[in-house]
Design a protein around this ligand. Structure first.
Ligand code: ZN
Length: 165
């Protein structure tokens, strides 16, 4: 079991765009460490750049806190479509501990990715699965929850975040 250090905003790596993973690259050890890190944090999602790996992969498990594990590893994820309907949810981030933001995002998405065994996967995601997948995909493009709220809200959230550190 290896728990990796989680980068904290405003580490510049959290604002950088990640590179695609070379197809077939064995990421199983990294993914295992990322799950150890996420469950220990504790969190429901973790993206490569949050542990300093500037590659397009993230993991998520949106059910484990309620009792059943459903780990998913997403390599080179692509969001194929987004619903026009939005849903607003309170989002926290392991890289921005202590604050949460209300973020509006498409409520349903279709996503394609490779799993840890390089099998192609595609699914329609709803509810918190859709929230988490979009939050983690944002990390791969250098975006965090602060980048998904209006400027006054961002200012208040950044002030609250910095006041506690
Ligand atoms: Zn995050």
């Amino acid at each position: 079991m290896t728990v990796l250090p989680i980068l904290r905003w405003p580490d510049p790596r959290l604002s950088a765009v990640c590179d695609p993973v070379t197809e077939g690259e064995d990421l199983s050890a990294l993914i295992a460490d990322m799950f150890d890190t996420m469950y220990a944090a504790p969190g429901r999602g973790l993206a490569g750049p949050q542990v300093g790996v500037m590659k397009r992969l993230f993991i998520m498990d949106v059910t484990w806190k309620e009792g059943g594990r459903s780990p998913v590893a997403c390599i080179n994820p692509e969001i194929l479509s987004r619903s026009e309907a939005l849903a607003e949810n309170e989002e926290a981030c392991l890289s921005i501990p202590g604050v949460a933001a209300r973020v509006a995002r498409p409520s349903v998405i279709r996503m394609r990715w490779f799993d840890a065994a390089w099998q192609r996967q595609e699914a329609e995601l709803t509810g918190f699965h859709a929230v988490c997948a979009q939050h983690e995909s944002d990390h791969l493009d250098g975006r965090v929850i602060f980048d998904r709220v209006d400027p006054p809200t961002r200012g208040a959230l950044v002030d609250a975040y910095e006041a506690q550190t």
